[in-house]
Ligand binder design. Structure first.
Ligand code: UD1
Length: 387
């Protein structure tokens, strides 16, 4: 690097220090994205101690900057962990409405944390600046909640996704990988469900997630923003919140059984789901981010195990692993519930090289082990508080 370049960089860093709160002020002065990112490490040095971290390494070894939305949630925190562990630069966005700070605690000093609501158009646009790849996990992810209060989930899931795509387009983000949902298939037959099938969403949540997919496709076609949608099939694993009436069934049942409480199966329990352990989902996302554009851009893939289980079977396995003795209690079927969900995963195998390495039973074992740890830790702290 020549003397002039050195001087230039020093000058920029000094100027950046004065404007440390505005990470991308360079743009206002007509500097390119590359020049902005070159300045990041110096901004990091200049602002150390102010709580801002800009971690992009300079030059040829420069790695991608990732934005993870919903980063403090179940899936987002797993993705954040995977990226941090392999040394990537992560900007984590969450409004903490359902996400938990403790989910990110172990990596907190290695990420840039933004407390932002996806409905805040300007803050979302700013969060996209300087980013190359986005994992969009932020959403209000509940079928029954969307039935009860469609407007709230509409604004988070549709407006939020739209804001993010607009932010990504203007910031010239390279790729957006999106958390789509198997609910888009509705009760579509024949099984297994393939990406080529027409969608049949039933609940507002299913519609909202499908709209996101359509928007992604449009942004690829109209603006060349590379997009990949992964239709998640009932993801489960450690860190999934068990404590809301809208929690996923696996988290709810595992923690209730460990606490000796009676779970209720909605309907006859013969509905089936293609339950998918979280590690498989992390793998699918990382592969979707890295795959060549000509194989994946503008496309949607099932993200599942291809191994459906009925709720009755799931209950039996969970009871065995937790030592819970009571037979299931049955209640009325849930509104907006679909009967069977079962994925064909050959497209993801072919285009992404995706392979569900952790099967249903192994996933259940790991999940129960984690909830057991939480349960024991919880009982211990209650005992201490009582003493
Ligand atoms: C749906 C979507 C999934 C999405 C998820 C977000 C489908 C097939 N899947 O999952 O892609 O990510 O929403 O939340 O649409 N149940 C009980 N008792 C309970 C709780 C649930 O019997 O206490 C039953 C439900 O009625 C349902 C099954 O368990 O039949 C799974 O429910 P849940 O975990 O909420 O997920 P889905 O609604 O299937």
């Amino acid at each position: 690097m020549g003397k002039m370049d050195e001087m230039n960089k020093m000058w920029r860093a000094e100027f950046a220090y004065l404007h440390w709160y505005d990470e991308f002020w360079f743009k206002d002065f007509g500097y390119s994205k590359v020049e902005c990112s070159l300045a990041h490490p110096l901004i990091a040095v200049a602002t150390e101690g102010w709580g801002t971290r800009m971690l992009s390494p300079v030059g040829e070894n420069r790695m991608a900057v990732y934005l993870v939305t919903g980063a403090a949630g179940f899936i987002g925190s797993w993705l954040t962990e995977a990226l941090v562990e392999r040394g990537d630069t992560v900007r984590a966005l969450d409004n903490f409405s359902t996400g938990k700070r403790e989910n990110l605690a172990p990596w907190r000093d290695k990420i840039e944390m933004l407390e932002v609501d996806l409905r805040d158009e300007q803050a979302v646009a700013k969060a996209c600046e300087g980013v190359e790849i986005i994992f969009h996990e932020g959403a209000i992810p509940s079928v029954p909640l969307s039935v009860k209060d469609p407007r709230t989930s509409h604004t988070a899931n549709i407006d939020g996704t739209f804001n993010l795509l607009e932010g990504a387009r203007h910031a010239k983000v390279k790729r957006v990988v999106y958390a789509a949902s198997s609910s888009a298939y509705g009760n579509k037959n024949p099984l297994p469900q393939r990406e080529s099938m027409l969608p049949g969403p039933l609940s507002p949540y299913a519609v909202q997630k499908l709209v996101g997919e359509l928007y992604l496709h449009s942004y690829w076609k109209m603006y060349g923003l590379e997009t990949v949608a992964l239709r998640y099939f009932n993801i489960f694993g450690p860190r999934q919140a068990p404590d809301s009436p809208y929690s996923g069934v696996m988290a709810k049942f595992a923690s209730m059984m460990l606490a000796g409480e009676q779970p209720t199966i909605h309907g006859d329990g013969e509905q089936s789901r293609d339950f998918t352990y979280i590690e498989n989902v992390v793998q699918a996302n990382l592969k979707a981010a890295a795959a060549p554009a000509d194989k994946v851009a503008g496309r949607m893939f099932n993200c599942a195990c291809g191994e459906p289980k009925t709720l009755n079977e799931t209950y039996r396995q969970l009871a065995k692993l937790t030592g819970y003795k009571n037979p299931p209690q049955y209640g009325p079927p849930r509104e907006g519930d679909i009967k069977h969900s079962y994925a064909d995963i050959s497209a993801a195998r072919e285009a992404l090289g995706y392979e569900p390495n952790v099967d249903f039973l192994e996933g259940l074992r790991r999940t129960v082990a984690w909830y057991r740890e939480q349960h024991v830790a919880g009982s211990r702290s209650t005992a201490v508080a009582r003493a």
